[in-house]
Structure formats: C-alpha cells, structure tokens
Design a protein around this ligand. Structure first.
Ligand SMILES: *Cc1c(COP(=O)(O)O)cnc(C)c1O
Length: 450
C-alpha cells in the first residue's frame, strides 16, 4: 500500500460550495434564544437590530441542511483554502504509538487561525446589506485580526474592542489590526456606558471577553448603520466553520481513512463544532460512531464543571439569553491563565450534543497543555497557538492510550492556529513561571448563582 503523504491536499475545486448545518440532523435542536425580560422565544426580526438579516436568519435556521456559500466568499476562501490535513508521522514516532494521528491545520492564513472562515462570511453579508460598519470584541486578538482582514477585503469600517489585558500584552496584534484598517479600543473603555460602569467599579481591571462584548454591542446599537458581529458561540459561526469538517472528511476519504476519535479545543465551540459537523451527522444518523472530544482549560471549565441553563452571552447582560453550559456571565478565569479559551459559556449546539451524550469533554491545566505544545512543535515544526494546544494534549493522551492497549486507532484533531503572538505564555512555560489555577467549587458557585 502506498504511504499516506505527510500533507493531504485537496485541489481548489474541492473547496465546499455549501456550508453544512448540523442542526438539520440533530434530533434534539438547540434551545431557542429568549428575551431576558419576557422569557419569550425571539423571532428573527427581533435580532435585526444586532445582526444583519441573512445572519439573523442563519442563526435561527434549524431546518436547511445546506446553505450556499456566496461566490464572493468562495473566492476569498480560495486565497487560503482548502487548508492542509497533515499526518503527524513524527509525533506518532515520538509517542511510539500505533495510532494514526491527523491534524487539520487552520493557521496558514495571515490572520493565523480558523476565525477567518466566519469573518469573511459575516463581513460579506454586512456589505451586501449595505451596512456602514461593524463592531466586535477580541480577546487574544485572533478574531479581531481575522475580522479586520475580512473587512479590508469587503471595504467595511470596523471598530474592535480588545480586552485590555491582551491589548497591553500583545502590541503587535494591535498593529496588525490597524494595518488592516480597523479602529481598536482597549476594553473596558470610557467610550460606552457599559465600559464606564465597569471602570467605576474596578478601575484597575484588565477586562474580560464578556465586558468587551457589552461595549461592542452598545456601540453598534447606538451607531446608525452599524451591526455587531461575534466570532464564536453563535449557531451561524458554527455553520461557517463547517468548511473545516467538510474538507477534513474529503481529505481523509482520499487516503481511505475515517476517524475513530476526533478532538478539538473548545472556547466558545466554533472550531470544534465545524470540525465535527459532518462526522456528528454520521453519528446521529447511525452511519458511523466516532468518539468526539472537547478539550477545555481547567481554569475555565464550561462543559466539565458548568451548569446547563439559560444565561447571558455577555457580562453587561445586554444580549438575549442562550441555553448553554455556562460558568455564569460574570466569570473571569484567573489572571495567571495565559492559554486562551476564556469564554464563560459554550455554543448552544455543542451544549445540546454534550447534554445528550453525543459529545465528550475533558479539562486540562495549562502547564500540561504547554508540555504537549512543546512535543508538537519539536516534532511537527509548527508553533501551535495555546488554544490549539489543548487539542494536541487531548490527541496525545488518546494516542498514549492506544500505546497501552495496542489499538491502531485513527485520531483526527483540529490545529486551529499558530502562536506567534503568544510568546509571553511560551516564555512563562519555558522559564518555569507558568502556574495553574483551578477554581474551587465555592468560587464557581458564586458566579453561577450571581
Ligand atoms: C478563538 C480561537 C479558539 C477558540 O474558539 P472556538 O470558537 O472555541 O473555536 C481556538 N483556537 C484559536 C487559534 C483561536 O483563535
């Protein structure tokens, strides 16, 4: 048998022309968004002040199995897709495992992560609807970078609220976002009521994603012709990210493989939701039965220690309520947490799958995650993002179990991005100053009951 190549490439004409909407095949649909006051289900029109129309439609569409990818978005995808699927031969050898490990690499576009897949779609629809501009938040900076690039492509003004801690720690992220032409503001800021309220309460705060979301929404709803866009969690974002899974499935098929285990990191759930979508469809319809595993940080354990309930998507409590696994909208992971994936909630789609027992979840401490990142960098020659390194840890652990049992399983994991702006975290790991925090049950109870 011919040896599987190191990089399994697809020709450009194999880029998906439709996104796949997993909700159409879910027997239990994700719970609807509800109004925080009336607790009533929100109709599509109620979302128009926040999202542009097509995206509001996609957000609530549980029926359409496939959604056409607009030609302009396909054309933008062609500048960096199909993304490569790698066989991790050198990592397998290091681990001395009989498992076959594959990873889908989404970090080889300029913005450095999978977030560009949804950013291009969201910027396109906003432009097509004739909007004047967009606002968003960014934590570590990948979403802000991806959206700034997408807005540059479609010539739309953009204001990015960047979590203050990252803003100060990652000046070069800031410069990239500005290079693509977007305005960037450290959050909390004095440009919004939400920001001013948080600053009055805690002037020294380094900010949080939830708080930056509140500011970006406030700015959008108070600026004529502006809308807010979000890079994760939402159903529409998981839809756009299905290109990851569709391509991966075709790439594996081209070498006669089907994964036994699929592993992805989970912050808000978008890359994992996209990666697993077509495989989860096989599972839900009985065609195959792969295990799918979400990996989250022990310092922000939404799945493994969160509560499944209706919660706000932001700290300012301005968004509709979404039913999801959550740590409480005021939850902020410990200040020593450098490893990304800091969001308090989780995609309602993935929350439903986890609740139904179709998706597993594990949580790892960041030093453990960086140890796997080192093994990966030194064998595969790619500097992984801290977020992506959670998936590496998960895949490595599964490969080590195969070593124990002697089973030659096929493992697929999502390598969501590169870590060139996370060198401070790498430095901490390398010089031994990185620490782990695991919130106590008492701390978690305080936030979930807030
Ligand atoms: C944002 C991000 C994540 C986490 O977001 P999800 O929505 O859970 O996918 C993971 N990896 C990278 C590189 C990111 O930028």
């Amino acid at each position: 048998m011919a040896k599987t190549p190191n990089r399994i490439l697809l020709s450009e004409d194999r880029i998906p022309t439709q996104w796949y909407n997993l909700r159409a095949d879910m027997p239990t649909k994700p719970a609807p968004l509800i109004h925080p006051g009336t607790k009533e289900e929100l109709p599509e029109e109620a979302l128009y002040p926040i999202f542009c129309k097509e995206l509001a439609h996609q957000e609530l569409d549980n029926e359409s199995r496939y959604v056409e990818i607009p030609e302009e978005v396909q054309e933008a995808y062609r500048t960096f897709r199909p993304s490569p699927l790698h066989r991790a031969y050198r990592l397998e050898k290091l681990l001395d495992t009989p498992a076959r490990i594959y990873y889908k690499f989404e970090g080889n576009n300029t913005s450095g992560s999978h977030k560009l897949n949804s950013a291009l779609a969201q910027a396109y629809y906003a432009k097509a609807e004739g909007l004047r501009g967009l606002t968003t938040e960014t934590g570590a900076g990948q979403w802000g970078t991806a959206l700034a690039m997408a807005c540059a492509f479609f010539r739309l003004p953009l204001t990015v609220y960047m979590v203050k801690g990252s803003y100060n720690q990652k000046p070069y992220r800031r410069s990239i976002i500005q290079t693509f032409g977007a305005e960037i503001i450290a959050s909390p800021s004095d440009t919004t009521n939400a920001g001013r309220a948080i600053l009055a309460h805690d002037p020294e705060t380094t900010g949080s994603l939830g708080c930056a979301i509140s500011e970006a929404i406030e700015k959008a709803v108070s600026s004529e012709g502006y809308r807010y866009v979000l890079g994760s969690v939402l159903n529409q974002v998981l839809l756009h990210q299905s290109v990851i899974g569709l391509e991966s499935k075709a790439q594996l098929e081209s070498v006669d493989e089907y994964p036994d285990i699929i592993v992805g990191c989970a912050g808000g759930g978008s890359n994992l939701g996209g990666l697993i979508a077509p495989f989860m469809a096989d599972k839900l319809t009985g065609r195959a039965n792969p295990r799918m595993i979400a990996v989250e940080p022990a310092s922000c354990p939404s799945f493994t220690r969160g509560t499944y309930k209706y919660d706000f998507c932001d700290t300012g409590k301005m968004t509709p309520l979404a039913k999801m696994y959550t740590l409480g909208s005021d939850f902020i992971p410990g200040a020593n947490h450098a490893g990304g994936l800091r969001y308090h909630g989780m995609s309602p789609i993935l929350s439903t799958l986890y609740h139904e027992g179709d998706l597993e979840a594990v949580a790892y401490e960041q030093t453990n995650v960086f140890e796997a990142a080192m093994q990966f960098a030194r064998t595969e020659g790619i500097l992984p993002a801290p977020e992506s390194s959670h998936a590496i840890r998960g895949a490595v652990n599964e490969a080590l179990k195969c070593k124990e049992s002697g089973e030659a399983k096929c493992i697929l994991f999502g390598l969501t991005g590169t870590g060139y702006f996370d060198m401070l975290a790498y430095e901490q790991y390398l010089n031994g100053t990185m620490t782990d925090t695991i919130p106590t049950d008492e701390e978690l109870a305080k936030y979930i009951n807030a």
